[in-house]
Design a protein around this ligand. Sequence first.
Ligand SMILES: Cc1ncc(COP(=O)(O)O)c(C=O)c1O
Length: 444
Amino acid sequence: MAVETTKKPMTGDEMIALSKRHTLFEWSAQSKVDPIPVARAKGIYFWTPEGKRFIDFNSQLMCVNIGHGDPRVVRAIQEQAAVLAYANPFMATEPRARLSAKLADIAPGDIDVFFFTNGGSEANENAIKLARLATGRHKILARYRSYHGATAGSIALTGDPRRWSAEPGAPGVVHVLDPYHGIARGWDTAAESLAMIEEVIQLEGPHTIAAFILESVSGTNGVLVPPDGYMQGVREICTRHGILMICDEVMAGFGRTGEWFAINHWQVVPDILTMAKGLTSAYVPLGAVGMRRAIADQFKDKVFYGGLTYNSHPLACAAALATIQVYEDDQLIENARRMGALMKDLLEDLARRHPSVGAARSIGLFGLVELVRDREKRTPLAPFNGTSDEMAALGKFFRQEGLYTFVRWNTFFTNPPLCIGEAELREAFAIIDRGLEITDRAVA
Ligand SMILES: Cc1ncc(COP(=O)(O)O)c(C=O)c1O
């Protein structure tokens, strides 16, 4: 296709045509993708080149936690780029030094050593590398209703159907069931789920297992908030067997649940904690693996076999520092708690009034609605790993009304930026309220 070389801004159609022609879109058959062209964004909103406004009710990919276009972060990136855009990972830089010390302040317990990556997949990749080197064991436990990333190791950890096409994958990963079994079967108690984990560990051989990786609150697999006692129980089992507990906080971290890290809700300190997304609010790519002092100490004499050209990238570290300052200055974690309480009420109100709402869950500003076509039998409105006409119609309605969020299987998400205010939250829920009239019509 001929490309205009002048700087005339592109129309939305031009952006779509060239992007579809010359790029691959993620997790999709390319003929099915229907991207929204995005020209600019501010706060909780983004706009197409033609000026259509969307409420970003998913913080893009559950990552723009502080909201779009914050001038304080933009300035920090500009200033760092002007002074030192890059230094290789064998150097020490001021942003690297300051960010690691800051993270040591806010991370749970004695997690105070960090290895920086480009994103969440690489953070998990390096977390399992660390766990294997530190324990001398090979196997990793992970859960089925999970996503840990798309690189070779992380996709092997991933429990959801995104793993299937990558199989046979990296060996040594054993998946266990979650306490949640889908809308029709519901939840196990913490004790039941822990007994299942203990049984799998016995069957696999505790001395062969390096780590158990789990999302503190599972994200794309359903905003699954574990029952009280579950995380404490996992901690106890891991400690008893010398298995390292790795919490994946790539999506749940940085205020999303109303705490710096979701695991804080249960006052548990994992051995390793991975993060990305909200760390820079996605202004620049950055991930990190945090580890307890005792694990880091193992690498005083032993070599840590891991590296990345962009490890501890100064620009990304400077962006993260500025982002963390925004969380603090604007009290965004407190706001996530306050607005999270309102969001819980709004979700409960939807569940009361709409027969197609089978379940609505949230913690802080991390929320999800599960839709059903039969409230008694709790039949999901779309099958596991599938869609339905009704779910597609709901997605279309949200888009038409200027509400952007993830519609996946029989669920949709409510994950706004943490800077959202009451009026904006109510505005978004008013659109959802009208959209659910579509799905209510499918209820028997
Ligand atoms: C819980 C979790 N872990 C890991 C990842 C992978 O992160 P990235 O896409 O930055 O590699 C994601 C991405 O959505 C995630 O939600």
